[in-house]
Design a protein around this ligand. Structure first.
Ligand SMILES: [Zn+2]
Length: 308
C-alpha cells in the first residue's frame, strides 16, 4: 500500500490566517525551523492508480495539485476512487463542496457523519446536481468493508471503522441538535481485505478504548492525533479558554500524555497527525520534537510518502 500525506496541520492550517502566535509569525517570517502545512488529509492506494483520500480538507484542490498521483488521465477523470471521513469536522468535510465540478464521488462515512453533513445543509445541493453524483457508503464500526472502484471493482483495500472517543463538530452542537453517538468520530484501519495489521488512522482522539488499543497494538503503521502538545496550550498562548481535552484531543506530552502509550506500540511507523499551529512539535529544533523522535515517533509533514 502506498501512503501519501496531503496535509498535516490541524484546523486552520499552519500558519493560520488569523493567528499571530509565535509559530505562525515565525513560519511566515522564515525565522522558524518549521514548514508550512495544509489541513489534515492522507491518500492511500494499493496499486498506485486508484487512490482513496482520508478526509476532504478545505485545501483539497491545492493538495490534489501537489501530488501527481491524483491528477486526471483523461479529459474528465480522477484517480480518486473514494473519500473516507473520520468525523464531521469542517476541516474534514469542507473539501467535498470543492469537488462540485459534476463528477461522481463515493464517500465512506458513518450514518451520523453523513446526516450531519448532508441534511439541512443547503450548500450540499451542489453535490446533488445529477443522480448518483455522491454515493454514500455507510461505515459500520467494527465491520471490515471493501473499498471499491466504480462501485464494483476491488481496489485491493478494505476499511474497518473504529468508534473513538471524540465529539460532534462545533456546528452540530447546541440546542436542537441530535444527541452525540459513538459513531460521530471514528478511527480507520485500512489494509488488504482479510489481512491483519495495516494502517491505523486516528486523527482525532480524546482518549483510547479497548478496541482502539487492539488495532493500534496490531497495526504496521499508526497515525495518531498530534493536535496539541499540552492540555493548556491555547490558554497559555492567550488564544483560547478551552483545554485540549475539552476539544476532544488527548495531548501528546506531559504526565498522562499519549506519547508514552504510543511509543510502546509495536508498529514500524508511528506518526503524529494533525498538528495544531500552536504546537511546539512543529519546530524541527524544539525539545518537544526531540523527545518525540527519541520515543520512536514521527511528526507528519505535507508530502510525506511511503510504502507500507
Ligand atoms: Zn498560530
Amino acid at each position: 500500500m502506498r501512503v501519501r500525506v496531503l496535509g498535516s496541520a490541524a484546523g486552520g492550517g499552519f500558519p493560520q490566517w488569523n493567528c499571530g502566535c509565535d509559530n505562525c509569525r515565525g513560519v511566515r517570517a522564515g525565522t522558524l525551523k518549521a514548514s508550512p502545512r495544509t489541513q489534515e488529509s492522507i491518500a492511500v492506494s494499493a496499486d498506485g492508480a486508484a487512490w482513496f483520500l482520508v478526509n476532504a480538507s478545505p485545501e483539497i484542490r491545492q493538495q490534489i495539485e501537489s501530488f501527481s498521483g491524483l491528477w486526471p488521465h483523461e479529459p474528465r477523470h480522477s484517480p480518486i476512487a473514494g473519500i473516507l471521513l473520520t468525523n464531521g469536522d469542517m476541516d474534514h468535510c469542507l473539501g467535498l463542496l470543492s469537488l462540485r465540478e459534476s463528477y461522481p464521488l463515493t464517500v465512506y462515512a458513518t450514518e451520523s457523519v453523513r446526516r450531519g453533513f448532508s441534511e439541512g445543509n443547503v450548500l450540499y445541493r451542489t453535490l446533488e446536481r445529477f443522480p448518483g453524483q455522491v454515493t454514500w457508503v455507510a461505515l459500520q464500526p467494527g465491520v471490515e468493508q471493501p473499498l471499491l472502484i466504480d462501485g464494483d471493482r476491488p481496489s485491493g483495500l478494505a476499511v474497518t471503522a473504529v468508534a473513538t472517543p471524540g465529539k460532534r463538530p462545533l456546528h452540530l452542537e447546541g440546542p436542537g441538535t441530535p444527541p452525540p453517538v459513538p459513531e460521530d468520530n471514528v478511527g480507520l484501519v485500512i489494509r488488504p481485505p482479510g489481512t491483519r495489521g495495516g494502517l491505523a488512522y486516528f486523527a482525532a482522539a480524546a482518549g483510547r478504548t479497548a478496541a482502539v488499543d487492539q488495532v493500534v497494538g496490531a497495526a504496521d503503521c499508526v497515525f495518531w492525533d498530534g493536535t496539541f502538545w499540552s492540555s493548556d496550550e491555547l490558554i497559555a498562548a492567550g488564544l483560547g479558554t478551552r483545554r485540549a481535552e475539552e476539544m476532544a484531543h488527548w495531548p501528546v506530552g506531559g504526565d498522562g500524555g499519549s506519547l508514552a502509550w504510543l511509543s510502546r506500540a509495536p508498529a514500524r511507523r508511528k506518526i503524529l497527525i494533525p498538528v495544531n499551529n500552536t504546537n511546539p512539535l512543529l519546530r524541527d529544533d524544539s525539545a518537544q520534537r526531540a523527545a518525540v523522535t527519541a520515543a520512536g515517533v514521527e511528526v507528519a509533514h505535507d508530502g510525506l510518502e511511503f510504502e507500507l
